[in-house]
Design a protein around this ligand. Structure first.
Ligand SMILES: Cc1cc2nc3c(=O)[nH]c(=O)nc-3n(C[C@H](O)[C@H](O)[C@H](O)COP(=O)(O)OP(=O)(O)OC[C@H]3O[C@@H](n4cnc5c(N)ncnc54)[C@H](O)[C@@H]3O)c2cc1C
Length: 279
């Protein structure tokens, strides 16, 4: 059933000149508000996602994709969905972390992910290169152990490449609730060509005396970015946070393992204060 739906641009995302809200946004499936966002988290459901809008990196290899789900999904920031689509007549199912927040789903009716294309004919290629407005995908979720701890006060957020999805979700939720003392955010990519401007600008807009943001590019010299890897930024980030902090990190397995072992061995971070997802 189709309901009248208020047309709104996703919060904090700046339109480029001439860019318009897609015409199909005017009608959509109405998402009933959750009775209580604090309860009933993580009930796994099967539902449908309808493509709503994609923002791209300059090289068009990374997309921040927003969908309209067929029903309200009560997830915790940090979790992921299993997406399924028939590609070349074969059903393909892959996991994608949620990059948006529960409050964005409730207020704007959107749920999103950030996808890097790593295949020529797999799911990431479909999501970044082929998806069309109003395309439908099957979804299962929410899934996953990575969940924002509402009580954490000092947070070290580390995102490696496409591992930005769950970290961006957690970061935005912390800013929305303003229930933290300090956040240090470290992010790595190869070059700025892989960065989606709308995502990076939103993260930059969070900067304040309570926030420490540092962006690393390993293969490019660029103003506002440090040349190198996240490991080089741990010292400054941890000095900013103090001794007691919770870490969320996500991305390439080798980098996640290296950073985790540095946190445990060099900075004496208790293992239980580190939550990670590797892919
Ligand atoms: C819990 C979880 C959450 C995830 N969240 C995200 C997310 O938010 N965004 C995202 O972009 N991906 C995410 N992934 C990875 C995603 O599920 C797919 O594995 C990825 O998009 C590749 O799928 P594909 O069908 O395009 O390629 P496939 O056909 O599965 O693989 C094609 C080739 O690409 C290689 N490959 C697969 N993954 C990667 C990679 N990450 N980097 C480099 N090469 C790779 C494979 O080894 C293979 O050679 C997540 C994975 C997990 C387990």
């Amino acid at each position: 059933m189709v309901f009248r739906h208020q047309v709104r641009w996703p919060s904090g995302l700046r339109r480029t000149p001439g860019e318009r809200v897609p015409a199909f946004c005017g009608t959509g499936v109405r998402i009933p508000p959750s009775p209580d966002l604090q309860t009933n988290i993580s009930k796994v459901k099967k539902f449908t996602l309808t493509h709503y809008y994609s923002f791209f990196s300059p090289n068009k290899e990374v997309a921040y994709i927003l969908f309209k789900p067929s029903e309200f999904i009560d997830f915790a920031e940090g979790q992921f969905l299993l997406l399924e689509k028939d590609i070349d007549s074969k059903p393909i199912k892959r996991a994608y972390s949620i990059a948006t927040t529960r409050s964005q789903l409730q207020k704007e009716g959107v749920i999103g992910t950030i996808v890097k294309r790593v295949s020529e004919n797999g799911m990431s290629n479909y999501l970044v290169k082929k998806i069309q407005p109003k395309d439908n995908l099957k979804a299962i979720g929410p899934l996953g152990h990575m969940k924002l701890d509402e009580n954490a006060q000092n947070l070290l957020l580390i995102a490696i490449g496409s591992g930005l999805s769950p970290i961006f979700s957690i970061y935005q939720a912390l800013i929305e609730k303003n229930n933290f003392q300090k956040i240090a955010f470290l992010y790595w990519e190869r070059t700025s060509d892989f960065l989606v401007p709308q995502v990076i600008n939103k993260i930059k807009s969070f900067e304040s005396t309570k926030i420490y943001n540092q962006f690393f590019l390993s293969r490019e010299n660029k103003e506002g970015f440090q040349k190198g890897y996240i490991q080089q930024g741990l010292d400054s980030a941890i000095k900013f946070l103090g001794t007691n902090f919770k870490t969320y990190l996500c991305g390439k397995p080798q980098m996640v393992e290296d950073i985790t072992s540095k946190l445990i061995n060099d900075y004496k971070t208790p293992k239980q204060n580190i939550v990670f997802e590797k892919y």
